[in-house]
Design a protein around this ligand. Structure first.
Ligand SMILES: Cc1cc2nc3c(=O)[nH]c(=O)nc-3n(C[C@H](O)[C@H](O)[C@H](O)COP(=O)(O)OP(=O)(O)OC[C@H]3O[C@@H](n4cnc5c(N)ncnc54)[C@H](O)[C@@H]3O)c2cc1C
Length: 523
């Protein structure tokens, strides 16, 4: 039996590890095909202290990533192979929890005081409960804004929620409901972020490198620079069976025969699809390759049982989905000193700082040192993103997506009112922008049939994994979602190993319910 995995992101690598660990498949019988030049998918790491680091992703996790941590408990960490990735993660978070004291900053560079009940009225609370309790089948295609008054979207709650989770009023009510139930325990902590967890260093080195280091010696064939163009399906009535896989590598196309007893797991898309980098002096040049969902589009063409990629990908989706993120590498002391003074926090412990009056709605975080293994002392990193990159900035009157790194850094510093230090900070910092046109497409309104099942009806050897696959109750924009789809697809296809643990649901957890109620009653 051979296993072919299309996509070498967290989901594809987790699938390879589950195959070995849960289903007893030999590593030598597993091949991972990754179109990019390295494994990792959305989790990447680039640049250097000299040229400016590039970290496209933020870091928001919680302790209920059950499939993920079940797996990472068996994977040794890169920095200390005697410790598992899971233990390293939790030890770090116990020692250095977030304690955000200045989460929202206004146009005067002043921290906005945290208000009672996050500014929510009784009606807002009832609306949240109404959405949480609506049967999911009744939310198909509906938008968040249908469930709330316009005032809700100007409360402190919404500022915090939307900038941590990524949701906008026009986004999916289904996803919002899932997030409310899944994240109920976090409600009282949205401002200080104390129950939100992060990786001890960037996600590429924290998660991807250890997984690759575990898979490689077990003989897993990790093929990078390898784009899977097509799968040949035989379609006897009511059955889907993959017979052949065609991939392109170094300009040559190779066909691999797929037997009835083999399995093929396809990652159907990527939040980092068509990612483009800029520099301090150049804005990112938007790309339009469509590669990460091309195979899904091809497979789903002319049929209804494999979902609808057009709901998530393609030019019409970008306005509701794009972020521009940025990484600042600074070798001076001014930026870090000023931020520490403003937030009353040392680097890495402050959590997100949201500049709500920037037209782009900027959120940023000073990262713990070292964020990158080997990062030189005296070099500090800040990661941030704009939730509305197509609007004009306030001090830089251009869409963020058309801005250079220097222009983005200027908007940040002027919003923070660091005008006196601006020249010194600009001279000692490199800001690299990163265009992510599809990062937030997991939030666009969808119907239940828009994402296919991990094992489509009638499939004998095709499984689908990643963010664009339907599993009940779980929330996307998380590695947990990709890990869960991989575990589920393998179990259903091979009928081996334990089922995935149930999705954590805050509404059935008395502690979470009590904490949320307390917040509503006492503020
Ligand atoms: C800015 C940002 C911030 C994030 N923050 C968090 C966070 O804080 N917490 C969290 O849990 N998650 C976060 N995520 C989400 C997380 O990165 C993803 O959930 C996870 O990495 C998805 O893994 P995946 O393997 O499903 O997809 P990806 O990592 O996107 O990988 C898919 C891979 O499949 C490859 N591929 C697709 N089609 C083909 C083909 N035909 N042939 C070969 N290769 C193909 C692509 O090249 C890609 O590398 C963030 C994502 C982004 C972009």
């Amino acid at each position: 039996m051979k296993a072919h995995i299309v996509g070498g992101g967290f989901g594809g690598l987790a699938a390879a590890a589950y195959l070995i660990r849960n289903a007893g498949v030999s590593g030598q019988d597993i091949t991972v095909y990754e179109a990019d030049e390295r494994m990792g998918g959305s989790f990447s790491l680039g640049g250097s202290a000299e040229t400016g680091y590039i970290l496209p992703c933020g870091s928001v996790f919680d302790s209920h990533f059950r499939c993920t941590f079940d797996l990472l408990a068996t994977i040794p960490s890169t920095s200390d192979p005697a410790v598992s990735v899971k233990d390293e993660f939790f030890t770090f978070n116990e020692r250095r929890p977030f304690r955000d004291r200045a989460h929202i900053i206004d146009r005067n560079g002043q921290a906005v005081a945290h208000g009672r009940r996050f500014g929510l009225s009784l009606r807002d609370g009832l609306d949240l409960a109404r959405l949480a309790l609506t049967p999911e089948a009744m939310l198909d295609g509906r938008q968040i804004k249908e469930f709330f008054s316009p005032q809700f979207f100007s409360t402190e709650f919404w500022w915090l929620w939307s900038t941590i989770m990524g949701s906008l009023p026009q986004h999916s009510a289904t996803e919002m409901q899932r997030y409310i139930n899944r994240a109920l325990a976090l409600f009282p902590h949205l401002s200080d972020m104390t129950h939100i967890l992060r990786t001890p260093y960037n996600q590429y080195q924290a998660f991807i490198e250890p997984l690759v280091a575990w898979l490689r010696p077990r003989g897993v064939n990790l093929l990078t620079g390898t784009f899977v163009r097509d799968l040949a399906l035989s379609l006897p009535p009511d059955r889907i069976t993959v017979d052949r896989l065609d991939y392109e590598r170094h300009g040559a196309v190779t066909s691999v025969a797929v037997g009835q007893e083999d399995i093929v797991l396809v990652t159907t898309g990527s939040e980092a699809a068509d990612l483009a980098m800029g520099s301090m002096t150049e804005p990112p040049r938007p790309r339009d390759s469509g590669r990460s969902w091309a195979l899904w589009k091809r497979l789903a063409e002319g049929r209804t049982d494999l979902g609808n990629p057009d709901v998530f990908f393609g030019a019409p989706r970008i306005p509701d989905s794009r972020w521009v993120s940025f990484t600042v590498t600074t070798s001076g002391t001014e930026f870090i000193d000023q931020m520490s003074a403003l937030t009353a926090s040392e680097p890495g412990s402050g959590g997100l700082v949201t500049l709500k009056d920037s037209g782009w709605v900027l959120s940023l975080s000073i990262l713990h040192h070292p964020e990158v293994i080997g990062q030189p002392p005296g070099t500090n990193l800040c990661w941030g993103y704009g939730l509305h990159p197509e609007r004009n900035g306030t001090f830089v009157p251009k869409p963020m997506v058309a801005c250079t790194g220097a222009e983005i850094l200027e908007e940040v510093l002027r919003q923070l009112r660091f005008d006196k230090q601006l020249d010194a900070i600009m001279a000692s910092s490199i800001c690299i922008p990163c265009d992510l046109p599809y990062v937030n497409n997991i939030w666009v309104p969808r119907r239940r049939t828009d994402r296919p099942s991990p094992v489509p009806e009638g499939s004998t050897n095709l499984g689908l994994i990643g963010q664009y696959v339907e599993v009940p109750r779980e929330i996307t924009f998380t590695i947990e979602y990709s890990a869960r789809t991989a575990w589920e697809a393998i179990r259903l296809l091979l009928k081996r190993g334990p089922p995935p643990p149930p999705v954590y649901q805050g509404q059935y957890d008395p502690k979470a319910l009590f904490a949320a109620m307390k917040m509503f009653v006492f503020g």
